[in-house]
Design a protein around this ligand. Structure first.
Ligand code: SAH
Ligand code: SF4
Length: 423
């Protein structure tokens, strides 16, 4: 099984390599000294991960050759406007088509669209932009949820320290073995290591983890919350190359109310620091927090952009049992889809993730997210013994091979190919 298509390096200038996928070229970062033009490589998240033998690459590309062009045709069919519009909406979207920048009022207008028809036109327009900017490339990352202990008490989260759920910690050996399975047996090229803010994993344990998992030739994303800058620096030096850390909301007051003992500026400072260190940064926010307005959502998108996010990660609030927000309404799918679409229009080249939280809002949500402008997915590869214990919010765990097959079927049906999105 393979989720990434190998590419051929066509040129290297300093740390920048250009990789060709059947004639389509993407720019990636390369810190590997022995890569030469002509080599076959895997890249993920805009980073060159490893070289593969020409013979193996040719075999894999042999399978992909026809499929790749067949998929492009399917994607092109989807990337058209099928719905018509009129009035203010049409005027705004016509400006998008000629690459004019929209103003805040216009973005708010789009975030407020109510009718199915108007929303469809917005989603289709965003999907056209996605196709123009990224073609049919789609990243598929794996996620291992390795501990549900957390020292924080975020009001929205089922893992907050005050909930009484059963806790677990995977040992470093278990995590390495889960990563080895995900890479060697399942074919993942990028893995998110996620947990509550759990200091049991000290520098020594995390360094061991990163060192061992890096040997598997995989892009490591850290999603371990607000740990020290020194730790993030050390883990970068050890080989981690990406960080998933949301700022959650750009609204200071809401942040302060929902994340006792922490503050927005400090979290933003850490995200900026990770970026400075050279990490690929995935960040974003929750949609549907109490008191939030469309203006807040627009500010959230803009803040994500201004942080220089390499990937947008945002999803709906799913009320979790035992938390102060358990009685809040479930996040609305249409609000998330509109946010994806507006993000695509505001930041045309963005990499936008369909998050697992969005997927919980209905069987079709993943597909709808991809058709509203998103181009990246995550599959849960946490071992079955622990998966059901990681309850940030209620979700339906699927057996991993089944989840992978369903994802591949979906990508093929939409004409998306698992190539790297480039820098
Ligand atoms: N502890 C780390 C990583 C795990 S939490 C951290 O906080 O960064 C990962 C994400 O889950 C959080 O960033 C938050 O946006 C999201 N989350 C928490 N509770 C949620 C809920 N009830 N519904 C949807 N997403 C939630
Ligand atoms: Fe802990 Fe992250 Fe949940 Fe906050 S969101 S309680 S930091 S796991």
């Amino acid at each position: 099984m393979c989720y990434a298509i190998p590419g051929r390096v066509v040129s290297i200038k300093g740390q920048i390599a250009v990789v060709d996928y059947f004639g389509e070229q993407r720019t990636v970062l390369n810190d590997n000294d022995d890569i030469q033009p002509g080599d076959y490589v895997y890249a993920q998240g805009g980073i060159l991960i490893n070289k593969i033998a020409e013979k193996d690459a040719r075999e894999i590309l042999g399978f992909w050759k026809e499929k790749f062009f067949e998929l492009k045709k399917i994607d092109a069919q989807y990337s058209k406007l099928h719905t018509s519009g009129e009035g203010e909406l049409l005027r705004i979207l016509q400006r998008v088509n000629v690459k004019q920048k929209l103003n805040n009022e216009e973005f708010i207008y789009l975030l407020n669209l109510q009718t199915k028809e108007e929303q469809s036109l917005l989603f289709e327009t965003a999907n056209v932009v996605r196709q123009k900017e990224h073609d049919n490339a789609c990243c598929v990352h794996g996620i291992i949820e390795f501990s549900n202990y957390c020292r924080c008490d975020c009001f929205y989260c089922g893992l907050r320290k005050s909930t009484s759920q059963k806790r677990y910690r995977m040992t470093p050996e278990e995590i390495i073995s889960a990563a080895t399975y995900a890479v060697n047996e399942l074919g993942f090229k990028a893995l998110v290591l996620q947990s509550g803010e759990d200091e049991w994993y000290d520098e020594e344990k995390l360094v061991t983890l990163v060192k061992e998992i890096r040997k598997l030739n995989v892009l490591i994303f850290l999603s371990i919350g607000e740990r020290s800058k020194a730790l993030y620096k050390k883990l970068y030096e050890t080989g981690a190359r990406a960080v998933l850390l949301r700022f959650e909301t750009s609204n200071k007051e809401i942040f302060q109310n929902l994340r006792p003992g922490t503050n927005l500026e400090q979290r933003l400072d850490l995200i900026r620091y990770a970026k400075e260190l050279g990490y690929i940064v995935a960040t974003g926010f929750l949609i549907g927090l109490p008191g939030e307005t469309e203006e807040d959502i627009l500010n959230n998108i803009m803040l994500t952009k201004s942080l220089g996010a390499d990937m947008y990660s945002f999803g709906p609030l799913i009320p979790a049992a035992g938390t102060p927000l358990e009685k809040e309404p479930l996040g609305e799918k249409s609000a998330v889809l509109k946010t994806i679409a507006v993000t695509r229009l505001l930041d045309r080249k963005a990499k936008i993730l369909v998050t697992t939280a969005l997927e919980t809002l209905g069987d079709n949500a993943k597909k709808e997210g991809l058709l509203a402008g998103a181009n990246s997915l995550m599959i849960n590869v946490t071992p079955p013994t622990y998966r059901d214990l990681y309850i940030i919010y209620p979700k339906h765990g699927k057996e991993v091979k089944k989840a992978i097959q369903e994802t591949i079927d979906l990508l093929y049906s939409l004409g998306r190919a698992p190539t790297d999105l480039g820098l």
